[in-house]
Design a protein around this ligand. Sequence first.
Ligand SMILES: [Zn+2]
Length: 131
Amino acid sequence: MSRPCPCTSKRTFDACCEPFLLGKRLPNTPEQLMRSRFTAYALRKAEYLVATTAEEKRGELDLDELKRYCASVTCISLKILSTEGGKADDDTGVVTFHASLQINGKRMLHRERSTFRREGGRWFYVDGETN
Ligand SMILES: [Zn+2]
């Protein structure tokens, strides 16, 4: 039996985000990519976060900084509030979510509206608005 997926989907890890993190499958939807990125934060897979960021934004990422951030945060739960687009015919999608995090011992709720884009059959994270 596999353990519960860190993205708190209530599915097992091997039936949810693990195949994406291992590169065995590609996310079909922005929500799946979003979930797998949350799991990557939870499991400190910074390389996956870089690989799933849109190419033009990748230069803004510092892998070491991302690794430090992942190490400082505990990802408690993820709640998808809404999704827009991201269907089979769409090349863009938006996911609004709440991520419950603990940073330096303090609980916080991160709310973000993330934009995703499909290129060459793969979904990438473009950017997000937080408030
Ligand atoms: Zn998952």
